[in-house]
Design a protein around this ligand. Structure first.
Ligand code: NAG
Ligand code: NAG
Ligand code: NAG
Ligand code: NAG
Ligand code: NAG
Ligand code: NAG
Ligand code: NAG
Ligand code: NAG
Ligand code: NAG
Ligand code: NAG
Ligand code: NAG
Ligand code: NAG
Length: 743
C-alpha cells in the first residue's frame, strides 16, 4: 500500500512538472480571445483573422475554405507559413506556354500575376525567377517608381541529353535574381517555334518565381512541371514605413517588453525581436519570456558548476564544496577533496569487488561446465553413449545419470549416507527423484588407459540380468571419477552376517547352503552365460550382499578392472582379501575363471567354519583360512573347525559334502578345480538332499539312499573321481552321526 501510494504520488508530481514545462514553452502567439490558427497554419500577431486581431488592415488574413481546404489567403496567394522573423511562405502560380502539335493550348495561361499584398515584398534574397523549357523565352514585368520594367531570359535545348541536372544556365533552364522590393509582378512565357521540334520531351515552357532551395532542376522538370500548378515563394514583411529610431517613443510602436526593434533590411518599416535570452512573440505586450537555459541544455558543464537561471541570462556558480577561482572556474575545497577522494576510492573498490566476484563466478561456472564435459569425454562417455544406443534392450535399463541427479540423490555425498567403503571406493545410499533407493559407488581412481575396458564392462554389466547379481542401473561420467549406480540391497554383506558378533548364528544351515548355491549360480552365469565371460576377480563374503529375504546378490565385479593391475594387489591387501586370492594366480599372474572358483571355495569354507578368510589373530600357519581348513580336513578333524551351530546331526551329511566341495575348489592347480557350473550344480543337489532329509525327520534310510542314487545319477559332470568320495560320504552318514553324538 505504502509503496503504491508513493508510486502514485511520484507519477502525479511528474505529470504536474511536465505540464508546467509544456505551459512554459507554449507561449501565446495571438492576442487574447483571437484565433491563432487557420487550418493547419498558425497565425501569429501582428497577423490576425478578424478586425482587431491584426495590427492593421494589411495584416488581416482571409481564412477561407472557398478554394478547398480551410487556408489563409493573403492578397491572391495561399499562405503556408508565417514566421515572426519577417517572412511569409506562400504559393504562387506557374506561367505555362503549352503546345499540342504546334498549336497553343489556350486553356493554360502563359501569363500570371503575383500580388504580394500591399506592404509585403517578394524576398529578393530567397527567391529566384526561373524559366524552364527547350524553346522558351520568358519575362518578369513589374513597375517601380511608376515606371515599367521588364527582365527575362532564354532557355533552349535540342535534346534532353544535353541537360545538366542542377544547372540553370540556359540549357533547358535559366534563372535570374529578383530585383529588390517587388510587390506586384507579371510573369510571361513565350515560345520561338511553338515547341514543334522538342514536343516529345518538352511540350511547355514554364516561368515562375520559386524559393531557391525548393526547386532542383533536372531533365525530368521539362515535362513534370506540366502537372505542378504552384511553387513556394517567400515574402518579406515589416511594420509600417518608419525606421526604428523614429518610432520607438511613439504610441504606435509595435514591439512588446524585453524585445528590440530592427530596421527592415530592405524597403521600409521595422521588425521586432525578442532580446537575447528571451523567446516568444515580440509583438505582444508580454510576449517575450525568459528562456530557462539551465533546463533546456545545461550549459554549465565544467566540474563543480551548477547552473542558475536569471532573467535573460544564466550564471554558472560553484556547488557546495567548491570555490570560484576566476569567472565560473570552480575548484574543489581542500577539505571536501579528501572526502571526495575517499568516497571515490570506496565506491571504486566496491565496484571492483562486485565486478570481480561476478566475473569469478561466471568463470567458475564455465570452468565447471568445461570440466564436466572433459570428464565425460575422459571417462568414455561418448563411446559409452554410442555403445548403449546400439543395444536397444540395455538402453532402457542402463542410464547415464548427470552429476546433478546423483548429487541430489546422495544429499551432496552426505557422510551419513555412506553404506560401505572399500579399496575401490565409497558406496553411498541414494534416493533418485522417482523414489528408487540406489547404491551409488564412487570409484577411487580414474585411469585414462583403462577407459575402453571400463566402458566395455559397463556395457557388459548392463546386459547382465541375473537375480543373484546386483543390478547396474547406470553410471555418471561427468565427474573426475566415474560413479556407478546399483540397485540397493538392504540387508548388508554376507561377511557381516558371518562375522559380526551381533549377527552370528542368525543364519541357518539351510540358508547358508542356499546363499552358497545362489552365489555359485551367479558366478557360473558370469563365467558361462555372459559373453564375453566375466571373471569376478574379487569373490569374497563382503562382496556378497543379502536382500531382505537373504537372497544372495554378487556385487563389485568388473569394477576391479578400473584399478591398474599393479595396484590391485595393494588394494586387495588393504581390504584383507588376500585370504581369497588364488595362489596360482598370485604366482603366474594368469587370471582364469578358476581363480573365482578358488575364492568361492574360501567363501564356502568361511560359511562352514564361521572364521575369517585371513586372521592375524590365529597362529602364523593358520592365518589363511584355506590352509587352516585343508590341514584340518586332511587330518580328518573336519568337525573341529566347523561352525558350532551348523554342526548339528541332521546337517552332518551336507556339511561333509560341502566341505568336500570346498576342498576341491581350493585345489592348488586351477585345472584340478571344478568349474563354477559344476559347483553350482553340486550345491543345488545338496540343497535338494537337505530338503528331503528334513522332510523325512524319521530318517528313512531307504528313501535317502534312493534320493541320493537318483541325484548322483543326475550328476553329469566329472569331478576328478570325486563322485566316489561323495558316495562314501553318504555311506558314512551313520558313522558321522555317531561321531557327532560322541562329542
Ligand atoms: C475572403 O475571401 C472570400 C473569397 O475570395 C471573399 O468572398 C471575402 O470577401 C474575403 N474576405 C475578406 C475579409 O477579404
Ligand atoms: C490555394 O491553394 C488551393 C490548393 O491548395 C488552390 O485550389 C487555390 O486556387 C489556391 N488559391 C490561391 C488564391 O492561390
Ligand atoms: C513555419 O516557419 C517557422 C519559422 O520559420 C518554422 O519553424 C516552422 O517549422 C514552419 N512551419 C511549417 C509548417 O513549415
Ligand atoms: C506601363 O504599362 C502599362 C500596361 O502594361 C501602361 O498602361 C502604362 O502606361 C505603362 N506606364 C508607363 C510609365 O509607361
Ligand atoms: C505558332 O502558333 C501561332 C498561333 O498558335 C501561330 O500564329 C504561329 O504561326 C505559330 N508559329 C510557328 C513557327 O509555328
Ligand atoms: C534539391 O537538392 C538538394 C541537394 O541536391 C536537396 O538537399 C534538396 O532537398 C532538393 N530540394 C528539393 C525540393 O528537392
Ligand atoms: C537527371 O535527373 C533525372 C531524375 O531526376 C535522371 O532521370 C537523369 O538521368 C539525370 N540526368 C543526368 C545526366 O544525370
Ligand atoms: C503600406 O505602404 C504604403 C506605401 O507603399 C503606405 O502608404 C501605407 O501606410 C502602408 N501601410 C501600412 C499599414 O503601413
Ligand atoms: C525616447 O524617449 C526617451 C525618454 O522617454 C529618451 O531618453 C530617448 O532618447 C528617446 N528616443 C528617441 C530615439 O527619441
Ligand atoms: C521582461 O522579462 C522579465 C524577466 O522575464 C520580466 O520580469 C519582465 O516583466 C519583462 N518585462 C516586460 C515588459 O515584459
Ligand atoms: C536593401 O538592402 C541592401 C543591403 O542589404 C541595401 O544595400 C539596399 O540599399 C537596400 N534597398 C532598399 C531599397 O532599402
Ligand atoms: C544577466 O542579466 C543581468 C540583468 O539583466 C545582468 O545584470 C547580468 O550582468 C547578466 N549576466 C550575464 C552573465 O550576462
Amino acid at each position: 500500500m505504502g509503496f503504491l501510494g508513493i508510486l502514485i504520488q511520484v507519477t502525479w508530481v511528474a505529470v504536474m512538472l511536465s505540464e508546467l514545462a509544456a505551459a512554459a514553452i507554449a507561449f501565446p502567439i495571438a492576442l487574447p480571445n483571437c484565433p491563432d490558427k487557420c487550418g493547419d497554419v498558425k497565425i501569429p500577431y501582428p497577423f490576425g483573422l478578424r478586425k482587431g486581431c491584426s495590427i492593421d488592415q494589411d495584416f488581416l488574413i482571409n481564412c477561407t475554405n472557398s478554394f478547398g481546404p480551410t487556408q489563409p489567403i493573403l492578397g491572391n496567394l495561399n499562405v503556408t507559413n508565417f514566421s515572426l522573423e519577417g517572412q511569409a511562405h506562400v504559393l504562387a502560380y506557374i506561367a505555362k506556354d503549352c503546345y499540342k502539335k504546334g498549336v497553343l493550348d489556350h486553356s493554360i495561361w502563359n501569363m500570371v500575376w503575383l500580388r504580394s499584398g500591399l506592404n509585403f515584398t517578394i524576398s529578393n534574397t530567397q527567391n529566384k525567377f526561373i524559366v524552364v523549357g527547350c524553346d522558351t523565352h520568358a519575362y518578369l514585368k513589374f513597375q517601380q517608381d511608376k515606371e515599367n520594367f521588364s527582365t527575362g531570359c532564354v532557355s533552349v535545348c535540342e535534346s534532353s541529353r544535353h541537360i545538366v541536372n542542377g544547372s540553370c544556365s540556359g540549357i533547358g533552364c535559366c534563372e535570374l535574381n529578383i530585383p529588390n522590393g517587388l510587390k506586384y509582378v507579371k510573369l510571361v512565357s513565350y515560345s520561338f517555334k511553338n515547341h514543334t521540334e522538342v514536343e516529345d520531351f518538352n511540350p511547355c515552357g514554364y516561368a515562375f518565381i520559386s524559393q531557391q532551395t525548393m526547386f532542383n532542376f533536372s531533365s525530368d522538370s521539362l515535362h513534370s512541371l506540366q502537372h505542378q500548378k504552384m511553387t513556394p515563394v517567400v515574402l518579406d514583411w515589416a511594420i509600417g514605413t518608419e525606421r526604428c529610431k523614429d518610432v520607438v517613443n511613439k504610441s504606435s510602436y509595435a514591439c512588446g517588453g524585453n524585445s528590440t526593434c530592427i530596421d527592415s533590411d530592405n524597403g521600409s518599416g521595422y521588425r521586432c525581436k525578442c532580446m537575447e535570452g528571451y523567446h516568444g512573440n515580440p509583438y505582444l505586450h508580454l510576449g517575450c519570456q525568459d528562456i530557462n537555459e539551465c533546463e533546456d541544455h545545461n550549459p554549465c558543464k565544467l566540474p563543480g558548476q551548477k547552473c542558475i537561471n536569471g532573467p535573460g541570462n544564466y550564471t554558472c556558480s560553484c556547488i557546495k564544496g567548491y570555490h570560484d577561482v576566476s569567472a565560473g572556474i570552480c575548484v574543489i575545497n581542500q577539505s571536501s577533496r579528501l572526502v571526495t577522494l575517499l568516497v571515490g576510492i570506496g565506491i571504486s573498490f566496491m565496484v571492483a569487488i562486485v565486478c570481480s566476484s561476478w566475473l569469478y563466478l561466471i568463470f567458475k561456472k564455465r570452468q565447471l561446465i568445461k570440466l564436466k564435459q572433459r570428464f565425460f569425454e575422459q571417462n568414455g562417455g561418448l563411446i559409452l553413449q554410442q555403445k548403449l544406443s546400439k543395444q536397444e534392450n540395455s538402453a532402457e535399463t542402463t542410464k547415464i545419470f548427470t552429476m546433478k541427479d546423483l548429487k541430489k540423490a546422495t544429499n551432496n555425498y552426505d557422510e551419513a549416507l555412506i553404506i560401505g567403503r572399500g579399496g575401490f571406493g565409497t558406496v553411498y545410499k541414494g534416493i533418485l527423484p522417482n523414489n528408487t533407493i540406489v547404491a551409488i559407488k564412487k570409484s577411487k581412481i580414474g585411469d585414462e588407459s583403462q577407459i575402453e575396458q571400463f566402458i566395455n564392462e559397463v556395457v557388459v554389466l548392463s546386459q547382465i540380468n541375473h537375480r543373484n547379481v546386483v543390478k547396474l542401473l547406470g553410471c555418471c561420467l561427468e565427474t573426475q571419477v566415474p560413479l556407478l549406480v546399483y540397485e540397493f540391497i538392504p540387508n548388508g554383506t554376507l561377511f557381516e552376517h558371518i562375522h559380526h558378533e551381533s549377527k552370528v548364528s542368525t543364519i541357518s544351515w539351510e540358508t547358508c547352503l542356499r546363499i552358497a548355491t545362489e552365489t555359485a549360480e551367479a558366478l557360473s552365469y558370469l563365467h558361462c552365460a555372459a559373453s564375453p565371460p566375466i571373471i569376478h576377480r574379487d569373490v569374497k563374503s563382503s562382496n556378497i550382499l543379502l536382500d531382505s529375504t537373504y537372497t544372495a546378490k554378487v556385487s563389485d565385479f568388473g569394477a576391479s578392472k578400473l584399478v591398474p593391475l599393479d595396484q590391485t594387489q595393494l588394494a586387495t591387501l588393504v581390504q584383507g582379501t588376500l585370504g581369497y586370492l588364488d595362489p596360482e594366480y598370485m604366482q603366474t599372474s594368469q587370471l582364469t575363471e578358476k581363480s573365482d572358483v578358488y575364492s568361492f571355495g574360501v567363501v564356502l569354507v568361511e560359511l562352514l567354519t564361521g572364521k575369517k578368510a585371513l586372521s592375524f589373530d590365529r597362529p602364523e600357519e593358520e592365518r589363511s583360512l584355506a590352509i587352516h581348513f585343508l590341514s584340518f580336513s586332511k587330518d580328518n578333524r573336519l568337525f573341529e573347525v566347523l561352525e558350532k551351530h551348523l554342526a548339528k546331526e541332521e546337517n552332518v551329511e551336507q556339511l561333509k559334502e560341502a566341505a568336500n566341495l570346498a576342498k576341491m575348489c581350493l585345489r592348488l592347480k586351477g585345472e584340478d578345480r571344478p568349474t563354477m557350473k559344476e559347483v553350482a550344480t553340486k550345491l543345488e543337489d545338496l540343497r535338494k538332499m537337505e530338503k528331503h532329509s528334513r522332510d523325512n525327520v524319521d530318517s528313512n534310510s531307504e528313501e535317502t539312499k534312493f534320493l541320493h542314487t537318483r541325484t548322483s545319477d543326475s550328476h553329469n559332470y566329472d569331478v576328478d573321481n570325486q563322485s566316489a568320495d561323495v558316495n562314501d560320504t553318504v555311506r558314512d552318514h551313520v558313522a558321522l552321526l555317531d561321531f557327532d553324538d560322541g562329542r
